[in-house]
Design a protein around this ligand. Structure first.
Ligand code: FES
Length: 104
């Protein structure tokens, strides 16, 4: 059984927004799409060292603020160059209004 980490209440991120989460020296980005899907990925772009939480989220696509590479935040797949390496993703579940995630 995987242990899950409580990221906080479900409203720490609003629909259409992304926020940075740091846990034990690791940076993540937490997303909530306009359609209310939550996603958590590594927070640093796989192309360079940009903080994805400062990029622009359009539905489930995050655009890196540095070179404008894009990723699908639900799958981690790069969808626009220069991003080529997938982002690690972590499943998020809403349980009793809290965001629970299985971190690897
Ligand atoms: Fe993100 Fe280059 S650092 S696309």
């Amino acid at each position: 059984l995987e242990s899950r980490t409580d990221l906080g209440p479900a409203d720490i991120v609003m629909p259409g927004q992304v926020t940075r989460i740091d846990i034990e020296d690791h940076t993540y980005a937490l997303y909530r799409t306009r359609r209310n899907a939550y996603a958590l990925t590594d927070g640093i772009c796989t192309h360079g060292s940009a903080d994805l939480s400062t990029g622009h989220l359009d539905d489930c696509i995050i655009e890196c603020p540095k070179h404008n590479g894009r990723f699908n935040v639900l799958t981690g797949e790069p969808v626009r160059r220069p991003a080529k390496i997938p982002l690690a993703t972590y499943p998020v579940e809403v349980v009793d209004g809290r965001l629970l995630v299985a971190l690897r």
